[in-house]
Write a protein that binds this ligand. Structure first.
Ligand SMILES: Cc1cc2nc3c(=O)[nH]c(=O)nc-3n(C[C@H](O)[C@H](O)[C@H](O)COP(=O)(O)O)c2cc1C
Length: 454
């Protein structure tokens, strides 16, 4: 991991045993907590609002505004809860894993400060089932925090109590969606709830007000309290403040997790941070924000990596999972791979998603098997319109399903076909791919995530 000039989240990168409390404390862990517990809880929320930090789980909703929805003081009629979303199941995304493995105490400190701010006395970390090792790391770190008096009753003599528990999911993408996550946490099937009325801050876990934030969002909180919201807001770009963890996978020489100021140019990320495209190949495309986001063609990649710039470019920063593809990549393969994933992960609650995702996947499989018909391309686009529509509203309409999994499968499908239609047409007409995979090329050994294209 190189070139990280500003380190908020990866400040302990390279420090041996940084996951252990004594090591973490030597490097400043829990000092923000001591400061926070002396502040009014509303002042903490104000700092988070001033920082401008936007949610790092995908939608980019301003965290301070969300915290402000929680009923506190006289408005509090039921217990409040804090739930940290560590589901991280979006293909291409592995940055929360880095934080949990390397700096679990920064996350725990962030959770305690957050809970104090929103008057919650019980908090959960909901972690995906596959993150078994990471769940153990968190459990051990929580045990250490209890032993030091940072969790439990009367934290550091402040009168504030907090119980923190790790809850493991069973390995379902849908349980990253916040209301499905809450159902799963309650022991129910992971079906998303209808919003409204089930906005978590109003009706969340156990029907009580619940703040749900991503791991990375919460991990920023100690730094914001220590240094002030103003200092945070000066990093990055207006409306896109702070740094962002980007997990880069695919055809670059140095895949990995990088902390960059929001607004870093995508080509700078690829060339200067990630060592360029493997074996001197040419860049073909990038999915900039996890597999559910529309692909950018190489000529569209001179773009800033932030919420607004990527939205203007017709894609999204999403979860910060950057999937880089070189010119050996067959886009029909990519599309099939993605659709198989979304078909498998559809929870089945909404008909368009339950029926549409497998239907699209079957059509792509047919094309890939050399039995595609020219009319299949329009049919896939048509089904995608009915399932989730396009990110720029140009096809179909959004919101046909209870949660955004419908969009998650449709957006990348429509973008891949719109931008690489010649490859789909060639396959249907000639019954073989336009781009044949070069099996002699090896993916770099330190590639962490499987690239969707291979
Ligand atoms: C299908 C689906 C999957 C999601 N998966 C995740 C996930 O794995 N991790 C995450 O933090 N947010 C995920 N989200 C977004 C959450 O619903 C929610 O917006 C987020 O946890 C809020 O945290 P933030 O405001 O800090 O970003 C997903 C959303 C959808 C629709």
């Amino acid at each position: 991991m190189a070139k990280n000039d500003i380190k908020i989240l990866m400040a302990k990168d390279g420090i041996e045993n940084s996951h252990q409390i004594d090591v973490a404390m030597k490097h400043g862990a829990y000092s923000a907590l001591k400061k926070a517990l002396k502040m009014e809880n509303t002042a903490i929320t104000s700092e988070v609002k001033t920082s401008g930090v936007r949610g790092r789980g995908g939608a980019g909703f301003p965290a301070g505004i969300k915290w402000g929805f929680m009923p506190i003081g006289d408005r509090k009629k039921k217990p409040n809860y804090v739930v940290v979303n560590a589901d991280e199941s979006e293909p291409g995304t592995f940055k929360d894993r880095w934080l949990i493995e390397k700096d679990p105490h920064m996350l725990i400190e962030g959770i305690i400060i957050t809970s104090y701010a929103v008057e919650a006395h019980v908090a959960y970390i909901y972690i995906r089932g596959e993150y078994y090792k990471q769940a153990l790391i968190l459990e051990k770190a929580i045990e250490e925090a209890y032993a030091k008096g940072f969790l439990g009753k009367n934290i550091l003599g402040s009168g504030f109590d907090l119980e923190l528990t790790v809850h493991r999911g069973a390995g379902a993408y849908i349980c990253g969606e916040e209301t499905a996550l809450l159902n799963s946490l309650e022991g129910r099937r992971g079906y998303p709830r209808i919003k409204p009325p089930y906005f978590p801050a109003a009706i969340g876990v156990f029907m009580c007000p619940t703040l749900v934030n991503n791991v990375e969002t919460i991990a920023n909180v100690p730094w914001i309290i220590e240094n002030g919201g103003e200092a945070f807001s000066e990093i990055g770009k207006p409306n896109n403040t702070g740094t962002k963890l980007l997990s880069v996978s695919g055809h670059v020489n140095l895949p990995g997790v990088y902390e960059v100021p929001l607004g870093l140019n995508l080509m700078t990320l690829i060339n200067d941070y990630c060592g360029g495209i493997r074996d001197g190949h040419k860049l073909k495309a990038v999915i900039p924000g996890g597999s559910s986001m529309p692909v950018l063609k190489a000529e569209e990649c001179d773009v800033d990596m932030d919420f607004d710039a990527l939205k203007n470019a017709g894609s999204s920063l999403g979860s910060g999972g950057v999937i880089v593809m070189d010119e050996t990549t067959c886009m029909v393969d990519v599309c099939l791979n993605l659709l198989k994933f979304y078909a498998h992960e559809s929870c089945g609650q909404c008909t368009p998603c339950r029926e549409g995702m497998p239907w699209m996947a079957r059509m792509l499989q047919r094309i890939k098997s050399g039995e595609g018909r020219p009319e299949d391309i329009e049919l896939v686009l048509n089904v995608a319109d009915y399932v989730g529509g396009d990110i720029d509203f140009s096809r179909g309409k959004l919101g046909k399903t209870i949660c955004a999994l419908g969009e998650a499968g449709s957006w990348p499908t429509i973008a891949l076909i719109k931008k690489y239609r010649d490859e789909f047409e060639h396959f249907c007409k000639n019954h073989e791919p336009l781009i044949k995979r070069d099996k002699s090329i090896k993916t770099p050994k330190n590639a962490i995530a499987e690239v969707v294209a291979t």
